[in-house]
Design a protein around this ligand. Structure first.
Ligand code: GDP
Length: 299
């Protein structure tokens, strides 16, 4: 936890520090508030949430007669509210009704899907769960090898098919294997070709339908690269239109000072961020905790 905070602080401190510096100005005139808005928008918080936050801050600082000294606490409270601590961020990753939990990992190529599958497997195995990996990303040539390497490293069996094979049939085989092995969780990696929306819809829809012949899909986790800003948001919208996303994974938060994307994307899709990627290492995946995230922003 300490390490996570340090890392978040190092990577994203600039948003909080910038805001606090602005809020501690002697005079909070129109120009100062505009600067605060710009800082938030530049950090990818999004226009609507920014306006909401600034509105609340202005009102509270006026009504409660708050000076710069208490501004930090108010800013903290308002940021936590924006991140919405009431959302259920738990992961459905336990057997139920005698079946393994099935988790689909979706997202555009390069966002960190395969890495996230490997790291999530590692987390689950550390909780004494048995995990089967499905290498249904048959589009990117090295994806199945990469996943299998993860599997060997963390102790999960990887089900794969021929290169360019049918993703749905690999997903089906992985789930079948999970059922036969009485595994706790089956994690299915998918390809994220965003060439056309119908192509994506056909492929992901088929993967899901085929799995649902034998098991329920418990989670569809959409992986978003936090460094891609508004682009990531646009991609997220497309995925949310083609499949019922149950949770978000924001990777590469270590590579951006724009932690605000967490707020924007959650707000946009109405789906909670459940996991964050904080580096390239095998244990750089963490559950997302709003309070901790905001504290790191403000540290
Ligand atoms: P995929 O195409 O979506 O399966 O993406 P990969 O899992 O292959 O990841 C693409 C690249 O992003 C790899 O070099 C990963 O090491 C890197 N990556 C994934 N997650 C993170 C993260 O949280 N932080 C950083 N810095 N790099 C990451």
């Amino acid at each position: 936890l300490v390490r996570l905070r340090a890392r978040l602080a190092r990577s994203q401190g600039s948003l909080g520090k910038g805001l606090l510096a602005l809020l501690s100005r002697d005079k909070l005139d129109e120009e100062a508030w505009e600067d605060i808005e710009t800082t938030l928008i530049t950090a990818d918080v999004g226009v609507a949430p920014t306006q909401e936050l600034v509105e609340h801050l202005r009102t509270r600082m006026r009504v409660e007669g708050v000076g710069a000294a208490q501004a930090r606490e108010i800013l903290r409270e308002e940021l936590v509210n924006l991140v919405d601590p009431s959302m259920d961020r738990s992961l459905k990753a336990s057997r139920k009704d005698g079946q393994p939990a099935v988790i689909l990992m979706v997202g555009v190529n390069g966002t960190g899907k395969t890495t996230t599958v490997g790291r999530l497997a590692r987390v689950l195995i550390a909780e004494d769960k048995t995990v089967v990996l499905g290498a249904a990303d048959t589009f990117r040539a090295a994806a199945a090898d990469q996943l299998q390497t993860w599997g060997e490293r963390v102790g999960a069996r990887t089900v794969r098919g021929p290169e360019g094979g049918d993703p749905a049939s690999i997903a089906f085989d992985a789930v079948k294997e999970g059922i036969e092995e009485e595994a706790d969780v089956v994690l299915v990696d998918t390809a994220g070709r965003l060439h056309t929306k119908t192509g994506l819809m056909d492929e992901l829809g088929k993967v899901k339908r085929v799995i649902e012949k034998t098991a329920e899909v418990d989670e569809v986790l959409l992986v978003i690269d936090a460094t891609t800003g508004q682009n990531g948001l646009t991609q997220a919208r497309v995925f949310a239109e083609v499949i019922n996303v149950t949770g978000l994974v924001l990777t590469k938060l270590d590579g951006t000072a724009k932690g605000g994307i967490v707020i924007a994307v959650q707000r946009e899709l109405g789906v909670p961020v459940k996991l964050v990627g904080l580096g390239e290492g095998p244990d750089d995946l963490a559950p997302f905790e709003p309070e901790q995230f905001v504290d790191a922003l403000l540290d």
